[in-house]
Design a protein around this ligand. Structure first.
Ligand code: GRF
Length: 219
């Protein structure tokens, strides 16, 4: 196997997607390993969970920096200290400057709990319910300066049920997220996905047949 890509995970909160990436990174045939977990919130539960998994952690409290740029200088330095190839945002609730995003262009991924480009931003599940959509889902994409934008690597579709609340829908989508993110990172880290314009293509892998594009899985 080619050398495994070193991944730095950025979080702000509970870190359940982070845990799914850490678990994937432990598999011997997985093309990426988790080099560090960094949070802009020192109190983030995910930091404790990562440490319990034996993953190096770093808290960089954005409130300690006068500007977004000053915070990002520190963040960038930490990622480089851990010799990171790829960055995986997993519930990282901090807007980034265009300069930072460009520095990590096509090397920084994010997961969003909707089928982008629908429902960018916060409160996605409540807005999906209000819009009456029958299918929602989650998206792993490359990060671009505009929020929740960028070439889509993979998506999972999740049905909306009549009786759903924002909470029940979030829980169903989260199950799909925990499968989708390791899957998408694996495709990207292995080089199976290439960026072409503002889309991604999978020249060799039949990505559209790859699981898990539907949650619960279709028979
Ligand atoms: C996930 O729903 C993710 O899609 C969104 O923020 C949430 C983070 O949850 N960006 P967790 O911290 O991974 O549990």
């Amino acid at each position: 196997m080619a050398e495994r890509k070193r991944v730095g995970i950025l979080i702000s909160g509970r870190g359940s997607n982070m845990l799914s990436l850490i678990a994937a990174g432990r598999q011997p045939d997985y093309p990426a390993e988790i080099a560090c977990v960094i949070s802009n919130r020192p109190e983030a539960q995910g930091l404790l969970k990562a440490a319990a998994e034996g993953v190096p952690t770093r808290a960089i409290d954005h409130k300690g920096y006068g500007t977004r740029e000053a915070f990002e200088v520190e963040l960038d330095a930490a990622l480089r200290t851990f010799d990171v190839d790829l960055v995986a945002c997993a519930g990282f609730m901090r807007l980034m400057t265009a300069e930072f995003v460009e520095r990590w262009r096509d090397r920084m991924l994010n997961i969003h709990p909707s089928l982008l480009p629908a429902f960018k931003g916060l409160d996605t599940h409540a807005r999906a319910l209000a819009a009456g959509v029958k299918v929602t889902g989650c998206t792993v994409h490359l990060v671009r300066p505009e929020m929740d934008s960028g070439p889509i690597i993979a998506q999972a579709a999740v049905p909306v049920r009549d009786e759903d609340t924002a909470e029940s829908l979030a829980a169903r989508v989260l199950e799909a997220e925990h499968l989708l993110y390791p899957h998408a990172l694996s495709l990207f880290a292995a080089g199976a996905i290439m960026v072409s314009g503002e889309r991604t293509v999978a020249p060799q892998a039949p990505v559209n047949q790859a699981k898990p594009l539907f949650w619960p899985p279709l028979d």
